[in-house]
Design a protein around this ligand. Structure first.
Ligand code: F3S
Length: 494
């Protein structure tokens, strides 16, 4: 068996092509095909639907045969377990886990077996109630037919025992998908995915910002969340304790009503190991997105502690910081001096920080240059709301578009939750945006909707996370800038 080694994490969602070849030009394994190999990697970065991607590769014979992880990584681990791939964490002995003890919690033997196999690798036999679960892997585009088949199987046998189960965005606006231009065949599959989750007992939040619509556990309690931006925001800004679970593991925990206690559920694992001095003033969500992106690049699995963020950041700024850091690296938790709740409660020891680095304006400018791969003249889709827009953000876009007309040939999507869209409608913001030629799109986003199938080639965004995934996962050129700048360039005054 060929042995391939990398010191870089792999983003299973967008670093690999459908045949298992690494397509990320900046990756050490660029051009290598992973099918049938023994792969040594530190862990995964980015999207939590990576597990579905691994299962898909395995089903089609394009996955590694054996995976050796440098650290505990639930995304890769769950993909390997469900894809029948041999997986271990280098140097970590397997924990003895008693399946019967898990079954005594009232958990079905099929699910108990999967939880026990995970517990052996995660090093825990402690399973705690999973009262709050957020499931990623809702868009048919991300889970594909293999993922739908897996979910059909679980739905044919089980219902959710967890009380609060929310779900991530789908691949289309569930009400206005025809107007959005979604192909019929895609819509049919997408509807089935949603029906499965609802039949099993999920709440139809269909958003990656459940915390903006009232669905979030109390601070300093445990949760099982699998949208990477929600994980980072919940851990850091809300003080909730969750690991970056995979879409598939949260599905299993919601069925079991229990999940494993390990990693970030333990206070001693939440201490920072990287110190970051922010040496420039941060201006709005674009700068916070750039900072998050840069943090993800330098963190290499370490929890960062940030100083130098003087103004109290807004919810929207922390939302994009969390999302970009989780997408470009795998930041599941960060602390900000004087801002985040654990730091303010004196729960963040600095003694474990092994390195301090500076981030200044030039580092942010460099990230911005790297994210911009397209030109304004080529833009055919303008998108805001990654993560899903707050009411305040929809208001801001409506104000910027008031009295303007979007250039012909350019679609504008403001992506948000159905709940926020309803409020925006009552506030008159939706009308303002539609009058200018834009749309407030609910339940979906620019990354998980099939925009490449809809003919879009160049997308403008103000989100660092979207700018990360659009090129390889959606085959887009990207224009990255502030909402104000983007709108200024794609509208004409009436
Ligand atoms: Fe949400 Fe889509 Fe961005 S799921 S975080 S809007 S990529």
């Amino acid at each position: 068996m060929e042995v391939l080694r990398t010191s870089q994490p792999i983003s299973w969602l967008d670093d690999l092509g459908a045949d298992g070849t690494v397509i990320h030009p900046g990756h050490e394994l660029f051009g290598k095909n992973l099918a049938g190999c023994e792969l040594h990697l530190p862990g995964s970065s980015g999207s939590t639907v990576g597990s579905d991607r691994i299962v898909n590769l395995a089903v089609h014979g394009h996955a590694p045969r054996r995976i050796v992880l440098g650290r505990v990584d639930p995304i890769t681990m769950w993909g390997a377990i469900l894809g029948g791939i041999d997986v271990e964490v280098e140097g970590a002995p397997r924990k003895e886990v008693d399946r019967a003890k898990i079954e005594r919690l009232g958990i079905d033997p099929e699910i108990a077996d999967l939880l026990a196999r995970a517990g052996e690798i995660l090093g825990t036999d402690e399973f705690i109630p999973a009262d709050h679960v957020q499931i990623a892997g809702v868009s048919y585009k991300t889970i594909t037919e293999t993922g739908l088949e897996l979910r059909r199987h679980f739905a044919s046998r089980f219902r959710f025992r967890s009380r609060n189960v929310t779900i991530n965005p789908a691949g289309m606006d569930l009400e206005d998908w025809r107007e959005q231009g979604i192909p019929d065949e895609f819509a049919e599959k997408q509807r089935e995915v949603i029906e499965i989750y609802l039949r099993m007992g999920a709440t139809p939040t269909v958003t990656c910002t459940p915390y903006l619509i009232g669905s979030m556990p109390a601070p300093f309690t445990d949760a099982f969340l699998s949208e990477s931006s929600v994980v980072s925001y919940a851990n850091s800004v809300l003080g909730v304790r969750t690991n970056r679970e995979s879409g598939l593991s949260t599905l299993l925990f919601a069925i079991a009503g229990y999940g494993p206690r390990y990693g970030l559920h333990h206070r001693e694992n939440r201490a920072p190991r990287l110190g970051v001095r922010v040496r420039c003033e941060l201006r709005g969500v674009v700068d916070f997105g750039l900072l998050g992106y840069r943090l993800g690049e330098i963190a290499r699995g370490r929890i960062p502690y940030l100083t130098g963020i003087r103004d109290r950041p807004t919810t929207e700024e922390l939302k994009v910081l969390s999302a970009a850091g989780a997408a470009s690296g795998s930041i599941d938790l960060y602390h900000i001096e004087g801002v985040t709740p654990e730091e303010r409660s004196g729960l963040v020891p600095l003694s474990g920080i092994e390195e301090w680095v500076d981030i200044d304006r030039s580092s942010l400018d460099e990230v911005k240059r790297h994210l911009n791969t397209g030109s304004v003249a080529e833009v055919d889709l303008v998108t805001f709301g990654c993560p899903h827009a707050s009411l305040e953000e929809v208001h801001e876009i409506a104000s910027l578009l008031r009295g303007k007309k979007v250039r012909p040939g350019v679609a504008v999507w403001v992506c948000t939750s159905r709940a926020v869209k309803d409020l925006a409608q009552r506030m008159g913001y939706v009308d303002l945006i539609e009058t200018a030629g834009g749309h407030v799109v609910a339940d979906t986003c620019m990354v998980v909707a099939p925009i490449e199938q809809m003919g879009h080639r160049t997308t403008a965004t103000n989100s660092g996370k979207a700018a990360k995934y659009l090129p390889r996962f959606c085959q887009q050129k990207v224009v990255f800038d502030s909402a104000e700048e983007i709108i200024r360039k794609i509208v004409a005054a009436t």
